[in-house]
Design a protein around this ligand. Structure first.
Ligand SMILES: NC(=O)CC[C@H](N)C(=O)O
Length: 230
């Protein structure tokens, strides 16, 4: 069995091929899903990759949330399907209301582009099913609006519910609670600002992203094995 992952492409997305190549190298299948097509074509997992959807006009992800594909993504997520938003994809998922919080402009008012140290705070999600609690990873970030923002009461609730999935050990952007990635209550929708596909080959300087992508492929295979509605 091969895990089939849909990679959503908006006008301005620029990491779709990085994600597809990283998944294929780990044994998965990846197919592009154009944002105007409301059909997910039977995939078992969905990734919203990084980039500058609609040029980040208004706010990153603010226009992409209205694309026809997002209705299908929301239905797929509601049915328990694995959905991961990487960087711009995370911004789209928060704008679409599929994840809590928002991503604001970096505290430095500068674009950050460098590897950062992270810690896995929650295992058992579609992105951390094969990780260890407390595992430290080095994964690159690459964004201008990566500062996770949420009201204090909601942050307290997310922490208590184990919905903070990844935490920065060196905060590159001023994210509240050093939050690098969060999940929904069920753990099948995860968003993160770091780019695991850019740490999935030794030539990239590290492979710490592999455990996250392998977890996603395993979650897709689990969905396939369960025969869940596609
Ligand atoms: N690498 C990305 O996905 C960038 C996300 C978004 N365009 C930002 O700059 O914050």
């Amino acid at each position: 069995m091969t895990a089939r992952v849909g990679v959503v492409v908006f006008p301005g997305t620029n990491c779709e091929h990085d994600v597809a190549e990283a998944l294929r190298r780990l044994g998965g299948e990846a197919r592009m899903l154009w944002h105007q097509d409301p059909d997910l074509h039977g995939v078992e997992a969905v990734v919203l990759p990084g980039g500058f959807a609609h040029g980040d006009y208004l706010r990153p992800g603010a226009l992409a949330r209205f694309s026809p594909v997002m209705g299908a993504v929301a239905d797929f997520a509601a049915a328990g399907g694995p959905v991961v938003g990487i960087c711009n994809g995370f911004q789209v998922l928060t704008e679409a209301g599929l994840l809590p919080g928002a991503l604001g402009v970096n505290r430095s008012l500068r674009f950050v582009c460098r590897p950062v140290r992270l810690r896995v705070e929650r295992t058992g999600t579609v992105l951390t099913g094969q990780a260890e609690a407390g595992q430290e990873l080095v994964v690159p970030v690459n964004h201008f609006s990566g500062a996770y923002r949420v009201d204090p009461a909601t942050l307290e609730r997310l922490e208590a519910a184990g919905q903070v999935v990844l935490r920065y050990l060196e905060n590159p952007n001023g994210s509240q609670g050093d939050v690098a990635g969060v999940c929904n209550e069920a753990g099948n929708v995860v968003g993160l600002m770091p780019h695991p596909e850019r740490a999935s080959d030794p030539l990239q300087g590290g492979t710490d992203g592999q455990v996250l992508l392998r977890s996603l492929l395993a979650a897709a295979l689990d969905r396939s094995a369960s025969g869940a509605r596609r």
